[in-house]
Design a protein around this ligand. Structure first.
Ligand code: GLU
Length: 510
């Protein structure tokens, strides 16, 4: 590649960022890093009607959480600042006028009523209405009005838009890095609005092309829903005289519903119980949507799962760190076909990552969970507790239930377990075990196990009987890891205290 790679993620702040959008950002990022290029974040907020407060912040926080780093753009700055289109407002009119002067665009003054009339006429004649070469001259546009009339209308404040003058019956030949060669006849396309006097703002098409050009974007990697706009974008580059430096295009396949048919939507997630957004979202009107972060996913696992939805490495490898993704990524291996989202696979990835975390990596995940439950312990203990249980964890939200007994002595005891264990010689056995534990100074898992096992043998107890009764005292329920993991973690003093608690709390009830 002899051109400097510069890609951009260009979301519109219209709500929370869908995981399909996160994947688009991720592929842009991987491509940029793979080729030593730059990743740019541009906020496309020229559609004031669809602007949602908080959405931009949400986008930036999501990218941060995922580890998708921005080199230039909103929140970072850079040589082409500003990167928020609403702050670039003044730039675009000049370009709209340039197209008008070159005969590629025109002013249109039509009112909604005039358009409606043409639309219903078309309907009556059984045609579908399109604003194109057939109708543009039947409407008050600068193509039919005199120059003076056009100026007079603008000066007196009539509302106008600038529309692209789509050529009639021309075949636009395009190349897409994923889809290959595509051809479209322009007669199937309409005259898109490029600029509106009502809010002095460009539309997506104009702002997008002008900014990609000015920001020297080399590759446009975006969702498949933008493929129908590609002929117009090609023609805009030509109309501006920028074809030589126009970016290469890659349109990514859709993320499909778990059942396969159609685009993955929030409704699918609600119905089947999984998030379609990276982070929890609260809309300005109070609607909420769940997010992967709050549902207990690790960003590394989430990213790994997303990367493989639409791209494959060509090998059987499934677990990839971000750096491994960067090293392996190529647009050639992105499929044309939609990628079906599999919620169970997302969980599987998370479990794999959970199982591979060290105690040191688990500690910062555990600490906020512990804090939430009023538990203050060292990082060492927090990480160790999670480390003992990690093989059983799929989502971080399960960590508290699985580890709470390490930090909080049982206050209640599982009734069934009490009934089963707290009887006969188990009571005297536990008393004897208490005395034995008091004699053990080295409370390491291995040593305690050796001593207790020898004692069991000498006294003719069964291992199950001893372990289950001890579990009742230390955990309060029939759950938890191996008993000697628990004794080691709690230490001698705490073990004795919990055994005494059982005698005090349960024995009087019997
Ligand atoms: N603002 C567009 C969007 O929200 C960007 C499309 C593009 O990347 O060209 O998806």
């Amino acid at each position: 590649m002899n051109r400097e790679v510069r890609v951009r993620f260009a979301p519109s702040p219209t709500g929370p960022l869908h995981i399909g959008g996160v994947r688009t950002a991720l592929y842009n990022y991987l491509f940029a890093r793979r080729h030593g290029g730059k990743m740019i974040l541009r906020i496309e907020d020229t559609d004031s009607q669809r602007f949602v407060p908080g959405a931009e912040e949400y986008i930036i926080e999501s990218l941060n959480w995922c580890g998708v780093e921005i080199d230039e753009g909103v929140g970072v700055g850079g040589p082409h600042a500003p990167y928020r289109q609403s702050e670039r407002k003044e730039i675009y009119l000049k370009y709209a006028k340039q197209l008008i002067d070159a005969g590629w665009a025109y002013y249109a003054f039509d009112t909604p009523e005039e358009l409606d009339a043409l639309r219903s006429q078309a309907e009556q004649e059984g045609r579908t209405f399109a604003y194109n070469y057939e109708v543009r001259e039947k409407l008050p546009t600068s193509l039919v009005l005199s120059k003076e009339e056009v100026e007079a209308r603008i000066v007196r404040g009539d509302q106008w838009v600038v529309r692209f003058k789509m050529p009639e019956n021309e075949v636009v030949k395009m190349d897409d890095l994923i889809r290959g060669h595509v051809e479209v006849n322009t007669s199937t396309l309409d005259d898109k609005v490029l600029y509106k006097s009502a809010d002095s703002l460009p539309t997506y098409h104009l702002a997008n092309i002008v900014d990609d050009h000015l920001m020297e974007i080399s590759h446009v990697i975006r969702g498949e829903e933008w493929l129908p706009s590609l002929p117009l974008h090609y023609l805009l580059y030509r109309a501006f005289g920028w074809s030589d430096t126009q970016p290469e295009f890659a349109h990514l396949p859709l993320l499909l519903k778990p059942t396969g048919g159609g685009k993955l939507s929030k409704r699918d997630g609600d119905k089947m119980g999984f998030p379609v957004f990276p982070l929890f979202w609260t809309s300005p009107t109070g609607d909420t949507a769940r997010g992967y972060r709050e549902d207990g996913y690790l960003p590394e696992a989430f990213i790994n799962m997303l990367a493989l939805l639409g791209w494959n490495p060509g090998t059987e490898q499934e677990i990839f760190s971000m750096q491994q993704l960067i090293d392996a990524f190529s647009l050639e291996r992105v499929s044309k076909a939609g990628a079906r989202f599999q919620p169970d696979k997302a969980k599987w990835f998370n479990a794999q990552y959970m199982h591979n975390l060290t105690d040191e990596q688990l500690a910062p995940i555990m600490q906020p969970i512990l804090k939430e439950h009023g538990v203050e312990v060292s990082d060492e203990l927090a990480g160790r507790a999670a480390g003992i249980m990690k093989e059983r964890v799929t989502l971080t939200t399960e960590l508290w239930d699985l580890t709470s007994f390490f930090f909080v002595a049982p206050e209640e005891y599982d009734e069934k377990l009490v009934k089963k264990q707290w009887k006969g010689d188990n009571v005297s056995m536990l008393k004897a075990l208490r005395s034995l534990l008091l004699t053990i100074d080295d409370f390491s898992k291995e040593n305690t196990e050796t001593v207790v096992r020898a004692w069991i043998e000498t006294n003719g107890y069964s291992l199950g009987q001893v372990m289950n009764t001890l579990r009742l005292a230390l955990v309060g329920a029939g759950k938890g890891p191996g008993m000697f993991d628990v004794t080691e973690f709690l230490g001698r003093e705490e073990c004795i205290k919990r055994i005494d608690n059982l005698f005090e709390n349960v024995a009087p009830q019997l």
